[in-house]
Design a binder for this molecule. Structure first.
Ligand code: UGA
Length: 463
């Protein structure tokens, strides 16, 4: 089949390359001439494991092309729209201007029976507006607009595309359904469930799914805080909950708060849509507010680990991307954390395996280092902010010799308390007070009161 993908950003590129890999003839179109030129040379503008190989293979087999113009769109069986829908400045609504201008631009070029598919995450009703624009531009044509949301995780996007939990096809039109089902045929043959629903329903499924994931994370994060107060272990609580099939074990890892380009933006957009329709989603509103506060408040843990003040001290932060296997720092919990550490008078030495360039744009005051060990040099505390694989097996003896104080604040719970105790580290975690107790932290607890670190006056004022 012939597929045109409008937008060669994250979603467009991954989806386009995977469709080509299914055997379709795919053209990815993007206005950014530098991006297209780089892609034609086989250079991938985003960090996504395996994507370079997939693109190179499909270019060489002539199934994947890149263009700044929608060439060939007149013969396309399906035209996917995968342009960005960032948060609109000021009000948090999804900014749909890129979508609508792309639709206006392609409208005169489309075949009369075009199937136009939105892959971008768009608020309920966007498909209706796209249809209206197309009808206005081409009153005699018989085009259909389908919602086909993506559920790709950054860092695992190719796997997710090829092994989807479900494929959602939102349209009531039988011809459109069969065209899109044909595009996904290789997955269909592998028995990936296809869900045929109405277009508005498909649009809402995407937001509801991301808002639910955000809620699950925030739920366990608050339980982690409670664990710290009552002396329970959040990892055991999560396991005990997750083994219940109705709950499930995924997305119950307590941490510094959810980040990235999707969950924060999509929860906010859902809240706005719900308000517009007079049906507020209060749970999601609370989730967004709790998560925002949490990210910056992580600095409190660092202050507690250093007995109440970090002024003039050096803190190493490992991990700047919002999660491992990506260079994406959008809404990364590391950013408010580092900003708070700076505000409290600390020097921050940072390291990330992939996200340093992105981080430099947002956090110019950090001392950027070439490795975890370089970042740890002379540090009074080391914070693990992102669970990159290479941070899971740090040489603790080496760290202890290069750091000023043996203090590790693990915001991703990737170490065992007993190994930290053996290596003589003071070890603070998320929701595992037991980890501290194992290290004979009784004296520190007495000082801080009730087993929970109390922020200094300096901190309470600042956070
Ligand atoms: C998310 C969804 O997982 C995808 O299904 C969806 O397609 C995508 O958004 C999107 O809308 O495009 P992504 O943003 O790549 O994917 O990242 P996630 O793996 O969902 O992680 C989001 C954040 O939650 C990260 O900061 C991560 O560290 C955090 N997280 C995740 C936790 O703190 N605990 C968990 O148990 C899981």
């Amino acid at each position: 089949m012939r597929v045109t993908m409008i937008g060669a950003g994250y979603v467009g590129l991954v989806s386009g390359a995977c469709f080509a890999d299914f055997g379709h003839d795919v053209t990815c179109v993007d206005k950014d001439a530098n991006r297209i030129a780089a892609l034609r040379r086989g250079e991938i503008p985003i960090f996504e494991p395996g994507l370079d190989q997939l693109v190179a293979t499909n270019i060489s087999q002539r199934r994947l092309q890149f263009s700044t113009e929608p060439t060939g769109i007149g013969e396309a069986d399906a035209v996917f729209i995968a342009v960005g829908t960032p948060s609109r400045r000021g009000d948090g609504h999804a900014d749909l201007s890129y979508i609508y201008s792309a639709v206006r631009e392609i409208a005169p070029l489309l075949p009369p029976s075009a199937i136009v598919v939105t892959k971008s995450t768009v608020p309920v009703g966007t498909g209706d507006e796209i249809e209206r624009i197309l009808r206005e531009a081409r009153p005699d044509a018989d085009m259909h607009v389908v919602s086909n949301p993506e559920f790709l995780r950054e860092g695992a996007a190719i796997y997710d595309f090829k092994h989807p939990d479900r494929i959602v096809i939102g349209t009531d039109d039988a011809r459109a359904r069969s065209v899109i089902a044909e595009v996904y045929r290789p997955l269909y043959l592998n028995a990936a469930p296809i869900l045929y629903v109405g277009r508005r329903t498909a649009e809402l499924i995407k937001y509801a799914a991301n808002a639910f994931l955000a809620t699950k994370i925030t739920f366990i994060n608050e339980i982690a805080d409670l664990c710290e107060s009552v002396g329970a272990d959040v990892q055991d609580v999560a396991r005990g909950m997750g083994l219940d099939n109705r709950i499930g074990s995924k997305f119950l890892h307590a941490g510094p708060g959810f980040g990235g380009s999707c969950l924060p933006k999509d929860t906010m957009a859902l809240i706005k849509t719900a308000h517009d329709y007079g049906a507020p989603v209060r749970i999601v509103e609370t989730v967004a507010a709790v998560n925002e506060q949490r990210k910056r408040a992580m600095a409190r843990k660092v202050v507690a680990a250093l007995d109440g003040s970090i002024r003039g001290k050096t803190i190493a932060v490992l991990g700047l991307s919002f999660k491992p296997n990506t260079d994406d720092t959008r809404d990364s919990p590391s950013i408010p954390l580092i900003t708070a550490l700076h505000d409290l008078g600390a020097t921050v030495r940072g390291y990330d395996p992939a996200a340093m360039e992105q981080a430099k744009l947002q956090l110019p005051g950090v001392v950027y280092c070439d490795s975890a060990y370089e970042a740890a040099e002379d540090a009074h505390a080391l914070v693990i902010a992102t669970e990159w694989e290479q941070f899971r097996a740090l040489d603790l003896d080496r760290l202890r010799t290069i750091m000023q104080e043996p203090v590790i604040v693990d915001l991703r719970n990737i170490y065992r308390a007993d190994e930290m105790a053996r290596a003589n580290f003071r070890y603070l975690t998320i929701g595992r007070p037991d980890a501290e107790r194992k290290q004979g932290a009784a004296a520190r607890r007495r000082k801080l009161g009730n087993g929970k670190a109390t922020p200094s006056k300096e901190l309470t004022g600042a956070l």
